[in-house]
Design a protein around this ligand. Sequence first.
Ligand SMILES: [Zn+2]
Length: 112
Amino acid sequence: MENQIELFCPSCKSVVKADANFCPVCGKQLKDEPIGAPFTKQAIVYFVSFFLPPFGLIYAVKYLKQGDYESRKIGFISIILTAISILAAIWMTLGIVNSITQSFNEINSLGI
Ligand SMILES: [Zn+2]
């Protein structure tokens, strides 16, 4: 059995199919405009981009390949977050290496 629930048009009270975007009788719009990607999905993409950079690039490419403006925007933001995350990781690594080098220099200068 197909999942074809029938509803009533709020404007003219005709019976319309649940998946219909417009009332076939009076033409009233029954559904909101489709949105590019739900907010939660975007949040996941951005989260992965920032905390798991290599996987974020997979999302970025996937979204950039899609034609619409909204998807490409998500892909672009995803790439920026990935870049920031990688730069932060490099910067932190350099900081750690610097402090280790400094410790070694101090130990050396003590002549131990
Ligand atoms: Zn109607």
